[in-house]
Write a protein that binds this ligand. Structure first.
Ligand SMILES: *Cc1c(COP(=O)(O)O)cnc(C)c1O
Ligand SMILES: [Zn+2]
Length: 439
C-alpha cells in the first residue's frame, strides 16, 4: 500500500510525557515484572498474557491535580490510568475515541420492568462505530511509541475497521487478517479506509494462531497480539466513563457481551481502579456477560462453576462474538465470580429479536453483539436477577449499519405508482387503518 508522504513523527525523540502512572508490565499468572519499555506481550516463564501495573497513590494525586473540566472528553481523560507515556503518540491517536453517551433507556426499561436502565452506547463510537476504537487506539499509540510504521491485526470484524481507521489517522500502513465468516461490510469498510485486507480460510481461532506465527516471522506488530497488554487497557475507559456519567455512583449491574473477554475483564479492572483512587465505591457492581448460544465457552464455564474454559467451534450469526478459545476467558470467570455476576446466552433468533427490541424501544440499531446483550439482559430481568429500581447498565458495543445484510428482513412490498390513490392503497396494504378524516 502507498506510504503516506509525511512519516509519523517518532515520539521517542520527544521528552514530553503524559501523566501516565504506569510502572511496568506484570504477568497475570506468576506476577513477574517487566519494564514498560520492553516490547513483550507474553510471560516467557508461563506463556500467560501481561497486565499493566500502575502507581495508584501517584495516580490519585495526579488525578486530583487536574480538574475534570480541563480534561478532554475522549479516552485520554483518564490518562493517569493508561499505559501511553509519549505525548506525541497520544496527540496522534484517540482524540476521537471514548466518551460515548450513557443513555437513559426508559422505554426499554419499562418493557423489562427496570426503572433505572442505561445503555453505554459504543455503537456511536468514533471513528469506527464500535467499542474496538478504545482498545485499538491504545495499540496504535503504543505502535508509534515503538517507532513502527505498519500494523497488522486479526479480527472478528470490528478490530479491522478500527485498525484501518486509526492507522490512517496515525499515518501507518495497516494489514487486516479476517477469517472467512464475517459481515462483508466490515471488510469493505477496511479497504475503503485504505487498509490491505487478507481473507483467510479458517475461523477466528485458527487465523489468530497463524497471525501469532506471522508476527514472529515478519516482526510486524499486531494490534491485538503483540500489542495486547496495551490494547486491553483501552477497554477500562468504558468503566471510568460509566461511573462518571452516573455522577460517580457505580451501577448495581453491568451487562456486557464477551468474545475474547477483554472488555468484560477490563471493566472489572477499571472499576477496581476507581475504588483504589477513592473516586467511587464500586465493589458492589456485578458484571454479567452475554454470549451467543453458538459460541458461549465463557458463559457456560461460569454457569457450570468451572474454572477452566473448554474451547468450542463457533456457530453463530454474531460474528463479532465468535471466539471459541477466548484468551482472557479465565480473567472474566474471575471477575464475574468476585463480583457476584453471572453469564447468559442467547440463540441467533433471540439475538435478532434483541436487536429489534432495542430498535423499537430506543431507536438504536445495533449489531448481533448488541442483540446478544439485550437478549441476555431480558432473560436476566425475567429471572429476577435485578431489583426493579436497581441501576443496570447494558453495554451496546457495535453498530447495526455494518451488519444489516445479515439481518433477517421483512420482504419488500412492490413499488407503487406515484399517485395518491395507489399510495393510499399501499398504506392500507402496509397495515395502516384508514384515518377518520379521510373516511
Ligand atoms: C470485539 C467485540 C466484543 C467483545 O469483545 P472482547 O473484548 O473480545 O470480549 C463485543 N462487541 C463487539 C461489537 C465487538 O466487536
Ligand atoms: Zn508468568
Amino acid at each position: 500500500m502507498r506510504r503516506p508522504s509525511t512519516p509519523p513523527s517518532s515520539p521517542s525523540g520527544s521528552r514530553k510525557r503524559t501523566r501516565s502512572c504506569a510502572t511496568g508490565l506484570v504477568c497475570h499468572r506468576c506476577e513477574r515484572n517487566f519494564p514498560l519499555e520492553q516490547a513483550i506481550f507474553a510471560c516467557p516463564d508461563c506463556g500467560k498474557g501481561l497486565d499493566v501495573a500502575y502507581d495508584y497513590e501517584l495516580a490519585a494525586r495526579h488525578f486530583a491535580e487536574v480538574p475534570r473540566a480541563e480534561r478532554p472528553l475522549n479516552i485520554w481523560r483518564f490518562e493517569e490510568l493508561l499505559p501511553i507515556v509519549g505525548t506525541s503518540a497520544q496527540a496522534l491517536v484517540g482524540s476521537y475515541a471514548g466518551y460515548t453517551p450513557l443513555i437513559a433507556a426508559d422505554r426499554l426499561g419499562a418493557e423489562l420492568g427496570l426503572s433505572n436502565l442505561y445503555l453505554k452506547d459504543d455503537s456511536t463510537s468514533r471513528p469506527s462505530l464500535s467499542y474496538k476504537d478504545r482498545v485499538v487506539s491504545m495499540s496504535v499509540a503504543r505502535l508509534l511509541e515503538l517507532g513502527k510504521d505498519e500494523i497488522g491485526c486479526v479480527s472478528t470484524g470490528n478490530v479491522g475497521t478500527a485498525v484501518a481507521s486509526l492507522a490512517a489517522k496515525a499515518g501507518v500502513d495497516a494489514y487486516v487478517f479476517y477469517p472467512s465468516h464475517l459481515e462483508a461490510m466490515k471488510a469493505r469498510a477496511c479497504r475503503a479506509l485504505g487498509a490491505e485486507v487478507c481473507q483467510v480460510e479458517g475461523n477466528y481461532d485458527e487465523v489468530n494462531r497463524r497471525c501469532r506465527d506471522l508476527a514472529a516471522a515478519t516482526g510486524m506488530e499486531f494490534a491485538n497480539i503483540t500489542l495486547r497488554p496495551f490494547y486491553a487497557e483501552g477497554a477500562k475507559t468504558a468503566a471510568f466513563e460509566i461511573v462518571e456519567q452516573l455522577d460517580w455512583q457505580s451501577p448495581d449491574h453491568i451487562v456486557t457481551p464477551a468474545a475474547g473477554g477483554t472488555l468484560s475483564s477490563r471493566l472489572h479492572k477499571g472499576l477496581g481502579e476507581l475504588q483504589l483512587l477513592g473516586l467511587a465505591e464500586t465493589s458492589a457492581t456485578r458484571i454479567h456477560i452475554a454470549q451467543p448460544s453458538g459460541c458461549n465457552p465463557i458463559a457456560s464455564a461460569i454457569l457450570a462453576e468451572e474454572a477452566e474454559i473448554h474451547a468450542v467451534t463457533p456457530e453463530t450469526a454474531a460474528h463479532s462474538l465468535a471466539i471459541g478459545a477466548p484468551g482472557d476467558g479465565y480473567l472474566v470467570i474471575d471477575a464475574v465470580r468476585k463480583r457476584g455476576g453471572t453469564g447468559g446466552f442467547a440463540s441467533d433468533p433471540e439475538i435478532f429479536a434483541g436487536i429489534d427490541l432495542l430498535a423499537s424501544t430506543e431507536g438504536l440499531l445495533t449489531e448481533p453483539a448488541g442483540g446478544t446483550t439485550i437478549a441476555v439482559l431480558e432473560k436476566l430481568a425475567a429471572a429476577g436477577r435485578f431489583a426493579p429500581d436497581d441501576t443496570v447498565v447494558a453495554v451496546i458495543t457495535g453498530n447495526g449499519l455494518k451488519t444489516l445484510d445479515e439481518h433477517p428482513a421483512k420482504p419488500w412490498p412492490d413499488k407503487v405508482d406515484c399517485e395518491l390513490d395507489a399510495m393510499l392503497a399501499a398504506l392500507e396494504e402496509l397495515g395502516r387503518k384508514p384515518s377518520p378524516v379521510a373516511a
